[in-house]
Design a protein. Structure first.
Length: 120
């Protein structure tokens, strides 16, 4: 017993309209859901971008501070050598015969100028 399904042209267009309406409705719902998830994720994206910029800035600052520390250590070494030389000159000026400390200071300054390191 097979039944024949028949419908009119008007019923076909009504079904086609309903079907197309459902597709449009589902598409609109999907678009709204996608916008919602995009809005939900947006603060994380902005936050991640800001954090990345801050991390890059902190790394650059660390590099600059490290360079400044190295430069300051070198200046301290240079100042120490200068004071040693001045002390040797003072000793020589006071007693007139302390040439050994002047020679030691001269050697330390030469070593520093050549190697960049103190002999301490």
């Amino acid at each position: 017993m097979e039944e024949t399904i028949s419908f009119t042209l008007g019923q076909f267009f009504a079904f086609l309209g309903t079907f197309c309406g459902m597709i449009v409705s589902v598409g609109g719902a999907v678009a709204i859901i996608m916008k919602f998830f995009k809005k939900v994720k947006e603060p994380n994206t902005v936050q991640d971008s800001r954090i990345k910029k801050l991390e890059d800035r902190a790394d650059a600052t660390d590099r600059m501070l490290d360079n400044d520390n190295k430069r300051l250590r070198r200046l301290e070494d240079e100042q120490r050598l200068t004071l040693r030389a001045v002390l040797a000159l003072l000793k020589h000026g006071i007693n007139g015969n302390d040439t050994q400390s002047m020679k030691d200071s001269m050697k330390a300054i030469e070593t520093f100028l050549v190697t960049g390191k103190t002999t301490d």
